[in-house]
Design a protein around this ligand. Structure first.
Ligand SMILES: [Zn+2]
Ligand SMILES: [Zn+2]
Length: 378
């Protein structure tokens, strides 16, 4: 049970990874009060994203011990004196992209990557310190936050206030990374046009978000690709028109199979959602000559990737994107509104619900063939 001490330091439970390859541990940790621009949040639900697994492998830098989790939803417990956008009692989701609305990038309309408040890859607060500790050691965050914890402190620029009367709290958690990344990639980053053809490599939450985004944009053909046969039904629920299981074709590459399905031309847009290095090149090889785009949205822990030059010389575009190009303050509320209006169904994502006490076993659960999204109830 969490308790408030006289010094306002909160002692609570959190899932900690102590080093590369080490088993996750449920620990009692201490959370300091928020500093002037920060908020302390009581987490109600968290969810699991594939990138959490990468973090236990030392991505993007081996900073341990680390409290995992970057998807979640909670209620603000207290705020620093300079915080004006949210107050105690507000419901918020964390976002690792900030939007100052003032820097060159924010005003350009070309990117969601703010220059004033970059994605906090150090795993620390903007002042280079942490508000969390366990067994006397400083704890790192996962990107801007730490959601697999009963409480977290996060800079207010990295949270978005939500209205719990218009969106289910578990759904709000799902929107804080994976699904939104895919949806945004089709909607904002690529701007998929009506009638176009799309391929999506990997039908996890990110890939299903890309399928849904392409479908809402009016794509005529959406080819979902996954080695897990059970994703055939799941993909269709989000608007997929064709399913490819590459394991069923021994001597053909994914790009060959996509071209066979599209009269030899390839697709207008190919979204790479797996983070597997060879599939980035397969995405590039699967697009149309002259105007196709391959968009990398799945994170992977690799330093370099081998790329074929010919599709680039033939006018193909290979680009990457963080959080699907979505701006936290202006684009996420649009997606939340679509959920409110039932234009987007997020119920299909939920496959497992567990308690924080069982969150040390999430990576075993992720291997289950039916696993799409694991919800952690705190
Ligand atoms: Zn900015
Ligand atoms: Zn994520």
């Amino acid at each position: 049970m969490s308790k408030l001490s006289d010094s306002k330091v909160i002692t609570c439970k959190a899932v900690v990874c102590w080093g590369i390859g080490e088993a996750l541990k449920l620990e009692e940790i201490k959370i300091e009060p928020p500093k002037s621009t920060e908020v302390r949040v009581k987490i109600l639900y968290a969810s699991v994203c594939h990138t959490d697994l990468l973090y236990t492998d030392g991505f993007p830098a081996p900073a341990f011990p680390r409290v995992l989790g970057h998807e979640g939803v909670g209620v603000v417990e207290s705020v620093g004196e300079e915080v004006t956008d949210v107050k105690a009692g507000d419901f918020v989701i964390p976002t690792y992209v900030a939007q100052c609305e003032d820097c060159e990038n924010c005003v350009s309309g070309k990117t969601n990557l703010c220059l004033k408040y970059p994605i906090p890859l150090s795993g620390l607060m903007t002042d280079g310190t942490s508000r969390m500790s366990a067994r006397g050691q400083r704890l790192y965050h996962t990107i801007s936050c730490s959601t697999w914890s009963e409480y977290m402190v996060v800079d207010a620029i990295y949270v978005l206030k939500i209205d719990p009367s218009i969106i289910d709290l578990p759904h709000a958690s799902f929107l804080s990374c994976g699904f939104s990344t895919g949806f945004g990639a089709a909607w904002k980053e690529a701007g998929v046009e009506r009638g176009s053809s799309v391929a999506v490599l990997g039908l996890g939450a990110v890939g299903l978000g890309a399928v849904e985004g392409a479908s809402k944009q009016g794509a005529a053909r959406i080819i979902g690709i996954d080695k897990n046969e059970r994703k055939r039904t799941k993909g269709k629920a989000f608007g997929m028109t064709d399913f490819l299981n590459p394991d069923k074709y021994d001597h053909k590459s994914i790009s060959q199979l996509v071209k066979e399905l599209t009269d030899g031309t390839g697709v207008d847009y190919c979204f790479e959602c797996t983070g597997a290095p060879p599939l980035i090149n397969e995405s590039l090889l699967a697009i149309k000559m002259g105007k196709g785009q391959a968009i990398v949205i799945g994170a992977g822990n690799y330093p370099t990737v081998k790329i074929s030059s010919q599709p680039l010389l033939l006018g193909g575009t290979l680009k990457g994107s963080i959080f699907g190009g979505l701006k936290a303050k202006t684009d996420l509320p649009v997606i939340i509104d679509k959920c409110k209006n039932k234009e987007i169904q997020l119920d299909e994502l939920l496959s497992h619900e567990i308690s924080l006490e069982d969150a040390d076993k999430v990576f075993d659960l992720m291997k289950h063939p039916d696993c799409v999204k694991i919800l952690i109830k705190l």
